[in-house]
Design a protein around this ligand. Structure first.
Ligand code: V47
Length: 406
């Protein structure tokens, strides 16, 4: 990676903010410490911190900003973990509990066959009623509909639960799913990788040691993954740093993580609804701190569904280089009150990126630029009064199949 180059003004602003030593380390390519991370969270000059992260991002990726055309499917909302931050899960007995059959998944995919979808992102609850064959059949169904699609599915939490339920080693589960067509693992379920957050928020599911062990095992068997961080609830800034340091250490070992994805907590409809949402300033700072601390992560994703398209767009100047995707049937965050539309068309992502002065690069899941760009739908720019709302939500979403998952 080339060294980040700062303007004189940026140099001075960082000096004035008391962040001169951190600036010098970053410019010299030296690793930041826990104390540096805390100073970045506490520093008053958000713009100076953003500029530093931006220069690191530009040194790595230039003006490129990545996105993908993808479809999200949440195969079940039945979950026994009972996480306090989750608005999606249901117990098996609740009226609106659902589990999609492999045929349901196939049907959902067929509804979008005319769209250039390259990735299926599938996650669900921890539903112990499902046999291992179910997961194999679902992946095979996806590959039947779209043989070339990349299946990014099942969080470390779901994989660990399968290993426990089916009494098999994690590695065997991963190899079975890989054999069926699994391409990589999404970054969910990490939440905050500390004992305190685990105890307070999600003690019904695996802790940080187990999450990391599954991630490393996945990387060892040749499956790459992402890593999320759910912030803005009960965690301290120290815990956010712990989380990132744990990821950085694991990445030194395996090099298997592709993107770090900070997820802003949406309190609506959760047991933590009294907690205010993180501010846009917190979102931008978190992107910047993630970029600066996670020096061995190639990509920092500003997930527009969680951050809103506008903040994610600004994030492209605070260290982020990726907006995730078109997210054709994302239901997860709508349950928790996210205002983002269900579908932002490919053109809208291109617009968001270009308006930010960046160069859109359509990618596949593994961040390879897509050579055969599909033509953009004519007129999508003038779709309606609010340009951030897509012309239509194409798939009717029965309430019984809506979802939030690990
Ligand atoms: O693991 C749950 C989080 C995650 C809430 O890998 C919540 O490319 C906010 O992991 N407010 C699922 N967040 C989403 C996820 C993801 C998203 C986009 C891309 C990728 C990727 C992964 O959502 C869960 C959990 O941490 N979550 N509830 C909530 N109320």
């Amino acid at each position: 990676m080339t060294a980040p180059v700062l303007s004189r003004l940026e140099h001075r602003a960082l000096e004035a903010a008391g962040l001169g030593a951190i600036r010098d380390k970053v410019v010299a390519g030296e690793r930041l410490s826990r104390e540096d991370g805390l100073a970045l969270y506490q520093g008053a000059d958000l713009l100076a911190i953003g500029a530093l992260a931006n220069r690191v991002r530009e040194a790595r990726h230039g003006d490129a900003a990545y996105f993908i055309v993808n479809q999200h499917i949440n195969h079940t909302n039945v979950c026994i973990a009972g996480c306090k931050f989750c608005a999606f899960y249901r117990t098996a007995k609740q009226k609106d509990a659902y589990t999609l059959s492999p045929e349901d998944v196939e049907r959902r995919m067929r509804q979008h066959l005319d769209e250039p979808i390259r990735e299926i992102h599938m996650v669900g609850g921890v539903n112990p009623a499902l046999p291992l064959q179910y997961y194999v059949d679902v992946i095979r169904a996806m590959k039947r509909v779209r043989p070339d699609v990349h299946v990014k599915a099942f969080t470390m939490v779901e994989i660990a639960a399968m290993a426990e339920t089916f009494e098999k080693p994690v590695e065997e589960i991963l190899l079975t799913l890989k054999e069926a067509g699994l391409g990589s693992l999404p970054g969910g379920g990490a939440e905050i990788l500390t004992d305190h957050a685990h105890q307070v928020l999600f003690k019904g599911k695996i802790d940080h040691r187990a999450w990391m062990e599954v991630a490393k095992t996945a990387h060892r068997v040749g499956l790459r993954s992402n890593a999320t961080m759910l912030y803005g609830h009960v965690e301290t800034l120290d815990e956010r740093i712990d989380h990132m340091l744990a990821l950085r250490e694991a990445q030194d070992e395996t090099r298997g993580f592709m993107a770090f994805i900070p997820l802003a907590f949406h309190p609506e409809n959760t047991r933590l609804s009294h907690i205010p949402k993180p501010s846009a300033a917190d979102d931008l700072r978190q992107l910047a701190v993630g970029r600066l601390m996670l020096d061995n992560f190639p990509h920092i994703k500003a997930y527009w569904i969680m951050m809103t398209p506008r903040v994610a767009q600004a994030g492209l100047h605070f260290g982020a280089d990726d907006l995730d995707g078109t997210v054709v049937t994302e239901e997860i965050f709508h349950k928790a009150g996210a205002v983002s539309p269900q579908l932002v068309a490919r053109q809208r992502l291109v617009d968001l990126i270009e308006e930010a002065g960046r160069v859109p690069v359509e990618r596949d899941t593994l961040y390879r630029p897509v050579a055969d760009l599909m033509p953009v739908a004519a007129g999508s720019r003038a779709a309606g009064p609010d340009p951030l709302v897509p012309p239509a939500v194409r798939v009717p979403s029965p309430a019984s199949e809506a979802g939030m998952a690990h």
